[in-house]
Design a binder for this molecule. Structure first.
Ligand SMILES: [Zn+2]
Length: 240
């Protein structure tokens, strides 16, 4: 597996270490310039000094990465740009449509844009401790990458974020049902207030799907997987 980063060398090292500790393989690290990502990603300009956002529909990038690294390699991109889930760069709701991460085929991508503050707002500057910032990033990486080879075990259920104030629902994909496992779904930095919404896990409403809440539950355990996820790990050759 390759961790391709956009000037995030230290972050790439920390993620590689945690993936190695958790899953037992050593990702290879590569770096590309802003120009490379500008060329192969669909960017959205915002009326702020934040870097351009990008859309999760990254067809061009997927093609380019296949050319560059071969079609069978798994690539995790780390970027400081906000990722938005929209098909149209002209109709993006900057407060609602953002994602921490996504996976599509052999490409996974994680954004650091919303990991730097006590709340979920995007920032260029680190406003929480470096330790918390790196742990947030590592937890997202362990969860996102694990989905590639912990294949829907029996204890997984489909998770949906239900925004009760706006009435919209967003599919999050499969999630572990153990809330003290890195494969548990997260919807925000802090678990949203019950008035705002909940994560529907199978038929159950969960009000604990914050990234920082998950980190508190993971505590100082070196292994962030629950036993059932641990027993289901089978790393494919595209990761080696
Ligand atoms: Zn689990």
């Amino acid at each position: 597996m390759i961790i391709l980063n956009e000037h995030l060398g230290q972050e790439a090292d920390e993620v590689a270490d945690k993936l190695n500790e958790t899953y037992g393989f050593s990702p290879w690290i590569d770096c590309k310039t802003h120009d490379f990502f500008d060329k192969f990603l669909t960017c959205v300009q915002r009326p702020t000094d934040l870097p351009k956002g990008i859309l999760s529909t990254s067809l061009e990038l997927r093609r380019k990465l296949k050319d560059e690294y071969g079609k069978d390699k798994k690539v995790l991109v780390l970027t400081q740009r906000d990722i938005f889930d929209s098909d149209n760069p002209n109709h993006v709701d900057f407060d609602e449509d953002w994602l921490f991460s996504f996976s599509f085929g052999k490409l996974s991508m994680i954004s650091t844009a919303r990991l730097k503050r006590p709340d979920n707002k995007p920032s260029n500057e680190l406003q929480v401790s470096e330790d918390l910032y790196m742990k947030r990033l590592q937890a997202l990486a362990v969860g996102e990458i694990g989905l590639g080879f912990i294949h829907n075990p029996a204890h997984f259920k489909d998770a949906i974020w239900v925004n009760t104030t706006k009435g919209n629902r967003l599919k999050l994909g499969p999630s572990c049902t153990n809330n003290s496992c890195a494969m548990y779904g997260v919807v925000d930095i802090k678990a949203p207030h019950a008035d705002e919404g909940y994560m529907l896990l199978g038929k159950e409403k969960r009000y604990d799907a914050g990234l920082d809440n998950l980190l508190e539950r993971l505590g100082d355990r070196p292994d962030w997987l629950c036993k059932r996820c641990r027993d289901s790990v089978k790393v494919g050759k595209e990761y080696l």
